[in-house]
Design a protein around this ligand. Structure first.
Ligand code: G3H
Length: 193
């Protein structure tokens, strides 16, 4: 059976500061995860593994320790949900500067669209070609972001859209999905760095 591996990028400088989005590089912890991920796939020897990575610096750095023979493709469609005017802010900043936005988001997180940015619904839409391609491919590793991976997981786990924005995907963990006829098996590897 073939497998789909999903991971967020390693911890970024913005993650460490509690800031949303942006395009910051990995912290030292994040770098450790990137090298641990490289070692994991070195040992695992997954045949013909393809790597699909977002176009953000933190994702590319996370994929950088994988062997060069694993061809890496950089998909803009795998970039993190665009928080628009809230990019670079913390959740406290948003609460203070845009309380109405924070309320609207709390009311309907799936449909809420950040001004000049995206909603989860928008991300589901732009992921459609990626998911169709994932269905056709053999072994793939996706290196992306929490909001995007929530959308991918909700699809493979067949979870309702209302629950999708709340699926927890911790940093420095790797999800292995093995699609079966009517469900998907999954294994989570938590890395101890
Ligand atoms: O890591 C942050 C997520 O990408 C977005 O989180 O949609 O729960 O605010 P949120």
């Amino acid at each position: 059976p073939r497998s789909i591996f999903l991971t967020r990028h390693g911890q970024s400088e913005y993650n460490a500061m509690g800031r949303l989005g942006g395009d910051s590089p990995l912290t030292e912890e994040g770098q450790k995860y990137a090298s641990a991920l490289g070692e994991f796939f070195e040992e695992e020897q997954v045949p013909n593994l393809r790597v699909w990575c977002s176009q953000k610096v933190r994702a590319a750095q996370t994929a950088s320790h994988l062997k060069p023979e694993m061809q890496t493709e950089y998909w803009k469609a795998l970039d993190e949900l665009d928080a628009g005017i809230c990019e670079g802010l913390t959740y406290d900043d948003i609460q203070q500067r845009y309380p109405k936005q924070a309320d609207d988001r709390a009311t309907d997180k799936y449909h809420y669209r950040y001004p000049s940015g995206e909603s989860y619904e928008d991300v589901v839409c732009r992921l459609e070609p990626v998911i169709m391609e994932l269905e056709r491919q053999a072994n793939v590793l996706v290196v992306s972001h929490q909001a995007v991976l929530r959308c991918v997981l909700a699809y493979f786990y067949d979870r309702p859209l209302s629950e999708l924005p709340f699926i927890d995907i911790p940093l420095h963990s790797l999800v292995k999905l093995t699609p079966r006829a009517y469900h998907c098996d999954s294994t989570i590897y938590a890395f101890d760095l």
